[in-house]
Ligand binder design. Structure first.
Ligand SMILES: *Cc1c(COP(=O)(O)O)cnc(C)c1O
Length: 352
């Protein structure tokens, strides 16, 4: 049985004040949020209320020991104005993978999806209709028990916020392959969407941006050779007709976009291989003229075409013709608005 969600509607919507063509990225939030507390060994009554600050004790364990995880997904509209979600059960499962890794309680998957659907339905006037725009959904969980000491917390909050967004990258991006800092090592938390992973990535990313790059390309922790991923995107390379993406070795976030792009490209007849791939192999391919395309995939950006990779003193330039990356981008955007067929049944309709 999925518990009933108690709904307290806010009186006046702020949606009418929003210019949907110029949405300030990451700082516009809808009227409501979903919230559920974990106490006494179980999840309490789930609610949707007006989005508002939450009083938190300074000893809340998330602040000190970092038990904090999140998800990212999008709601879009089809031409009839019906909200659509992209594979929401995958996000519910991944949240629980992250929760287990960080010693946090799992959140019931059916309630996760019902919460997303209900919030999207209540805040539906916030869903942008332009191609590439979407209502970004941010489910997250953190330890809010007031306790100083290293152990699993006994109190948590699970919250879902929603934030409308326009497309993030309209240009090709430049990556910097980092050779001093790492994102994730084997046995670490790289495969979890854990807040701390991003804390560790911020300084190297800011440094790369200061040098004119858009994002960091992370390499493995042992010898800075194997390619892992980019910022909040998984990476695909097309070398000599074959599409290669690093395999999920526990250091890489298992992107739902990544999984979908692999399935879609195979469905289209492309050869897609998941395996270890080193930066040296990419340089070699580039020298021989075999490096045909590179692109990143993730919910927030969709598909970002990669223009170049800076590595030590050199720059690997990638052709500006990206037929596969472009096709994947158009398919993902089109499927999200129902404009192109959804052959692999990704979209989940929000009723009511
Ligand atoms: C969220 C995320 C991705 C992409 O995952 P999607 O499910 O496709 O959005 C890739 N890498 C990292 C580090 C991420 O946090």
């Amino acid at each position: 049985m999925i518990p009933q969600i108690q709904i307290q509607n806010c009186v006046l919507s702020r949606a009418l004040d929003l210019d949907f063509d110029n949405i300030p990225l990451g700082k516009t939030f809808t009227d409501h949020m979903f919230i559920c507390s974990y106490e006494n060994g179980q999840w309490q009554k789930p609610k949707i209320t007006a989005l508002a600050p939450i009083a938190t004790h300074p000893a809340a364990m998330a602040f000190h020991y970092g038990q904090a995880i999140f998800e990212g997904m999008k709601a879009t509209l089809n031409s009839k104005g019906t909200p659509l979600l992209f594979r929401p059960y995958k996000n519910a499962k991944r949240l629980n993978y992250s929760a287990r890794r960080l010693g946090m309680p799992e959140f019931p998957e059916a309630l996760f999806v019902k919460a997303i659907e209900t919030l999207v339905s209540i805040d539906r006037q916030w869903i942008p209709s332009q191609q590439g725009s979407a209502l970004y959904l941010r489910p997250f969980m953190y330890a809010d028990e007031a306790f100083i000491g290293m152990r699993a917390a006994t109190q948590y909050k699970f919250i879902i916020m929603a934030s409308p967004s326009n497309p993030i990258y309209n240009k090709r991006i430049r990556l910097y392959a980092e050779t001093n800092f790492i994102r994730a090592a084997r046995g670490g938390t790289g495969a979890a969407k854990a807040a701390g992973n991003y804390a560790a990535a911020i300084q190297p990313t800011e440094a790369a941006k200061a040098r004119g790059f858009d994002q960091v390309l992370w390499l493995d922790a042992q010898d800075f050779k194997a390619i892992q991923e980019v910022g909040t995107m998984n990476i695909f390379l097309k070398i000599n007709g074959v599409i290669i993406t690093p395999s999920l070795d526990g250091t890489i976030l298992a992107g739902i976009t990544r999984m979908s792009v692999i399935e879609f490209l195979r469905f289209k007849g492309y050869e897609v291989i998941e395996r270890r791939i080193t930066i040296d192999e990419v340089i070699e391919a580039s020298i021989h003229g075999d490096l045909e395309e590179a692109f990143g995939t993730g919910t927030a950006v969709g598909v970002a075409i990669i223009q170049s990779i800076g590595y030590k003193e050199q720059t690997i330039e990638i052709s500006n013709e990206n037929p596969v990356g472009q096709m994947v981008l158009e398919t993902l955007n089109g499927v999200r608005t129902g404009e192109v067929p959804d052959p692999l049944n990704w979209m989940h309709t929000v009723k009511g």
